[in-house]
Design a protein around this ligand. Structure first.
Ligand code: FES
Ligand SMILES: [Fe+2]
Length: 326
């Protein structure tokens, strides 16, 4: 597929549609997801579900006036009720059903799976929070960016721009891109200026690992042994309509060894430090994102790459992305 065609195509995979705290029990949200109008609702018992938005009776949009009644969503027009699988349970209409979307809730994020043939997902997004002793996450959302998930995710492995646009110093690979089905992983290190507690410090040993889970979830783990900090950002680009995406970011940190930065910090409750560091790292990351936005919103994808020696593995990345298109 020509690269320009990709910008008009929908990739398969898991994509975030909201944060868990935005969909409390008994609540409903409307979203546009990959050109589909959908509604999300959470039963009073806490089960989250995503259905196509239009009622099969006479076409009301369930997100406009629909209500969650115990464990079903009720249409505002004539009262049909649908369970979390999309089955009509209020009237004797056994075969009446709304399409329900595969859904996964992990690390405070609700993901839906998009399959070109409505196939079931064969893989999942893993929990990153369960892997370590992280502090509470912080959340951020940009809406309506004019770019594509593939284009956005390519930014993470575009090494040449890290130093030129974002000012990273001495960027070098720790390990090259390794792929396995819908996942890839890559590691590099760099030097950075950072102001964790309002004090500017230069960190000479920032190690970064990027793990991508399809095109909708990139996990960026940042470790500095010299200041005893690990921070993580989960970056979640989701196409709404072709040419537009919402970008969500979750940030968290582990500051168990942060007394390396200043011994007095061991007297500060770790819960606070985790939150402060997570917010500081997220702030730096969002500043980088803001430097990217205008460029990515107005770029095209060229087919014949002009390679610079310092470029990242863009060819390998694009080869890996082919699996997400028909
Ligand atoms: S349109 Fe939904 S019940 Fe009639
Ligand atoms: Fe960038």
């Amino acid at each position: 597929m020509a690269q320009k065609e990709i910008l008009k195509s929908i990739p398969s995979g898991w994509f975030a549609v909201c944060f868990s705290h935005e969909l409390l029990p008994g609540k409903m949200l409307s979203r546009v997801f990959n050109e589909n109008d959908i509604v999300l609702f959470r039963t009073k018992q806490g089960v989250a579900s995503a259905l196509d938005a239009y009622c099969p009776h006479l076409g009301a949009h369930l997100g406009h006036g629909g209500t969650v009644k115990s464990n079903v969503l009720q249409c505002p027009f004539h009262g049909l009720c649908f369970n979390t699988n999309g089955n009509c349970v209020s009237h004797d209409l056994n075969s009446t059903k709304i399409n329900s979307w595969p859904i996964q809730e992990v690390d405070g994020v609700i993901y839906l799976y998009y399959g070109h043939q409505k196939e079931k997902p064969s893989w999942e997004v893993p929990s990153i929070l369960k892997r370590g002793s992280w502090g509470a996450p912080v959340f951020f959302t940009y809406i309506d960016l004019k770019t594509h998930p593939q284009d956005w995710s390519e930014n993470a492995i575009d090494f040449a721009h890290l130093s030129y646009l974002h000012g990273f110093k001495s960027t070098n690979y720790d390990f090259k891109m390794a792929t396995k089905g819908p996942y890839f992983k890559i590691g590099y290190h760099f030097k950075s200026d950072f102001k964790p507690l309002g004090i500017k410090i230069e960190i000479s040993d920032v190690k970064t690992t990027i793990e991508s889970h399809g095109l909708g979830c990139a996990v960026i783990e940042v470790i500095s042994e010299s200041i005893g900090m690990i921070a993580c950002q989960i970056t979640l680009p989701t196409m709404t309509t072709i040419g537009k995406l919402d970008l969500r970011v979750v940030g968290f940190a582990d500051t168990k060894h942060i007394e390396k930065l200043n011994p007095l910090l061991k007297f500060v409750p770790q819960k606070w430090l985790n939150k402060i560091i997570a917010k500081s790292v997220l702030k730096v990351y969002l500043k980088n994102i803001e430097q990217d936005i205008d460029i990515l919103s107005n770029r095209t994808l060229v087919d014949k790459l002009t390679q610079l020696p310092e470029d990242g593995p863009i060819t390998e990345y694009r080869k890996w992305t082919k699996q997400f298109y028909q």
